[in-house]
Structures are given as C-alpha cells and as structure tokens.
Design a protein around this ligand. Structure first.
Ligand SMILES: NC(=O)c1ccc[n+]([C@@H]2O[C@H](COP(=O)([O-])OP(=O)(O)OC[C@H]3O[C@@H](n4cnc5c(N)ncnc54)[C@H](O)[C@@H]3O)[C@@H](O)[C@H]2O)c1
Length: 359
C-alpha cells in the first residue's frame, strides 16, 4: 500500500495529527503549515521534520501532499476545506466540521466537484472504549436499540486564553457538542427533531465568553427512538472514579452498555452478566504528550481508517454529508435553545439549500 502524503494546516492541535502520521506505517508527513512561523519551527524541531511553510497556497501546490489535515480555528474550516478540495487534495478536517451551515452548500458542492474524499476527524469514535462499544453493539447481542445518552463535560477554562475563543463566531455548542452529538448520530443517524436549553455560566461570562457554555438537549429520531446530549465547559468536573468527561450510554432490548472516555472504561450488561472492561494498558498509545488534553492515538486510528478507505474505495465516515447533517442538528439545537421550541433538522437543512440531505 502506497503511503499517503499528509500536509498539516494549523499546528496547535495539529501536533496530534503530526504525531499520528509520523507513527503510522500508512502515512508520511510531508509538509507543515501555520501562519505562526515560530510554531512551524517548533513543530519541525519536535518531530525532526524539515519542511514548513506559512502559506496555505504553498502547501496546496506541493505535489507530495495527497491529503490536507485541517486543524485551524473552527470558523476557518469551511474556507480551508473548499480551498484544499479545489486544489485537488483529499481532506481530513477536525471537528467541528463547520461552525454553522452558512457555507455548508459550497463545501458540499466543492466536494462533489473535486471527486476527492472528505472525512471529519471525529476522534472519539476512534478511542478504544467507544470503538469497542460500537463493535459490540453491532454484533447484535444487545438486541434493538431503545435510547442513547451521550455527554461531554470538561473544564475547558484553559482554552479561553486562545484569542479566537472570545470572538463572536466561537461557540462551544459546535466546538464541543460535536463530540457527543456525533456519538449520538452514530446510533441515531435519522435525528428528526431536537429541543433543549443552554446557558452562559457566570464562570464563562467572567472569562469573556459571549455564547453559552452549558447545554442539555433531547432528540427524537424518525424511527421514534429518543436520545439525549449534554455538555458543560466552564467549571470543574466530577472525579473520574464516579464519572467520565465523555460517555455514551446505549439502552437496548436485551442489555445496556456505557463507554467512558476516562479511565478508558467500557461497562456492559446482558441479562445477568455484568462486565467492566478497561483499556488502561493503551494509555501511552492514546496520550503521548500534554497529559490527557491531547490524544494522538485516536488521530492515528482515524488516519489509518482513512488510508484503508482510500485504498479500498470505501467512503470514510463521517463523510461530507454526514458531517453537514450533524452541524445542522447542532444548529437546530441552537435555535431551539434560543426560541424555547422544538426544531426540525430538515427545516434547518432546507433553509440552507441542503434539502437533498434531509432524507
Ligand atoms: N478532539 C479533537 O478532535 C480536537 C481537540 C482539540 C482541538 N480540536 C480542533 O482543532 C482546531 C484547532 O484548535 P487548536 O486548539 O489547535 O487552536 P489553536 O489556536 O491553538 O491553533 C490553531 C492554529 O491555526 C493556525 N492558523 C490559523 N489560520 C491559519 C491559516 N490561514 N493558515 C495556516 N495556519 C493558520 C494558527 O496560527 C494556530 O497556530 C479547532 O477546530 C479545534 O476545535 C479538535
């Protein structure tokens, strides 16, 4: 299998994808790009790389770059995805794929025109407990799904030091609810209607946040199944002995399961059998630097999944359509929390010229 050449755009969180690509036998990190030249030099020194540029155009003109990994601030993803596709590159874009639907149609059209692959880097799908839960559920032993509960709570006050976190365009609803929202849609792809509440906590307001940092939503799928998504980002979290920052709970006809981000736990019950599995022995693979705030192992897993899809012709998921519908679900959540009414995802899609994705 020919190695894919990876060009990384944005070298903050991009650090994790560099590590992922460097350690994978399926990839070669061929170019780095950031507007901040000091950071380019720092990453080159850290990973023993030589080539960097501060110009995205130069990165896109590089024939050794097959795939552009986009790790720039949320509000720039749409334009960077379109530019990379227009230059004939495949794209892996970190979450949130987009920070609203304003430019979603142009992203969809650019992907169709290019014939290239676009995958959203929904890292949590590739973390051991969530991957195990998925494979276990798909084996059929739990029977028919009844409901899904996904949440992501984290003390992200440190993140608010980044200048773009204080811009009007920055919203935790997209930045972070994209994790549990994607986990929910993995199991309930046909989300029809959402409703819920959000608030900006005193902690967040004091730190200069202008949009909500605390969320609780319920969703209804076309199948009639229901689910729940929540998140809170400006305060302490419960100790991991009692809770996990991120969890996905599946309740089904014959059993139930819970995948926990911390401490890499997966618990399940079928009839009278209760089992707790842990993947703590993989801690060093998933977390390579920065304690538990960076998780390069997930990125390596999704990069390798992407490479295998390109080789086999399979569509890597979430693809551009799935990614846009998840953004539409989050936009419906935002509208519901602003109006106090339930909002249909299809209505949001139609309003943005994306009726074909409404299903
Ligand atoms: N679990 C995950 O998948 C995960 C975790 C953390 C962050 N992220 C995402 O990664 C993205 C980046 O977050 P971050 O924390 O690294 O932010 P950051 O501000 O630390 O880094 C972004 C970098 O992009 C660079 N940049 C901005 N515009 C550019 C341009 N036009 N060309 C080249 N470089 C440019 C900036 O100079 C900066 O170094 C965000 O979308 C964030 O949501 C994903």
């Amino acid at each position: 299998m020919k190695k894919l050449g990876l060009g990384v755009l944005g070298l903050g969180e991009g650090r994790s994808i560099i590590s992922a690509g460097m350690q994978s036998p399926l990839w070669e990190v061929t170019a780095l790009c950031d507007l901040n030249e000091d950071l380019c030099r720092q990453r080159c020194a850290e990973f023993g790389l030589k080539r960097y540029t501060t110009s995205m155009d130069e990165l896109l003109a590089d024939p050794n770059v097959d795939v552009v990994g986009i790790y720039t601030p949320d509000q720039l993803h749409a334009q960077h995805v379109v530019r990379a596709l227009s230059a004939g590159k495949h794209v892996v874009c970190t979450k949130p794929f987009l920070d609203n639907l304003k430019h979603a149609k142009s992203v969809l059209d650019a992907a169709a025109r290019s014939g290239k692959r676009v995958m959203v880097g929904q890292s949590s799908r590739h973390f051991a407990p969530f991957a195990r839960q998925r494979e276990h559920f798909q084996s059929g032993v739990f029977g028919d799904l009844i409901t899904v509960e996904a949440y992501y709570h984290a003390d992200h006050r440190w993140f608010l030091k980044k200048p773009w976190a204080k811009l009007d365009s920055f919203r935790w609803l997209y930045g972070c609810i994209s994790h549990p929202g994607d986990l929910l849609r993995w199991y309930l792809p046909d989300v029809d209607e959402v409703m819920g509440y959000s608030l900006l906590s005193p902690n967040g307001r004091e730190l200069g946040l202008v949009h909500p940092d605390t969320f609780h939503f319920v969703v209804k799928a076309k199948s009639g199944l229901i689910g729940r998504v929540s998140g809170a980002y400006s305060g302490p979290v419960v100790p991991t002995t009692r809770d996990s920052n991120m969890s996905c709970i599946l309740r089904a006809a014959k059993g139930a399961s819970q995948a926990d981000y911390f401490d890499l736990r997966y618990a399940w019950k079928i009839e009278h059998q209760s089992v707790l599995e842990t993947f703590e022995d993989r801690d060093d693979y998933f977390f390579r630097f920065g304690g538990h705030s960076h998780h390069a192992g997930e990125y390596q897993n999704y990069l390798e999944y992407f490479a295998r899809c390109v080789e086999s012709g399979e569509t890597p998921r979430p693809d551009v359509s799935e990614g846009i519908v998840t953004v539409a679900m989050m936009q419906a959540m935002e509208e519901s929390s602003q109006t106090g009414r339930p909002v249909r995802v299809a209505d949001v899609l139609v309003r943005h010229g994306l009726g074909d994705l409404a299903g």
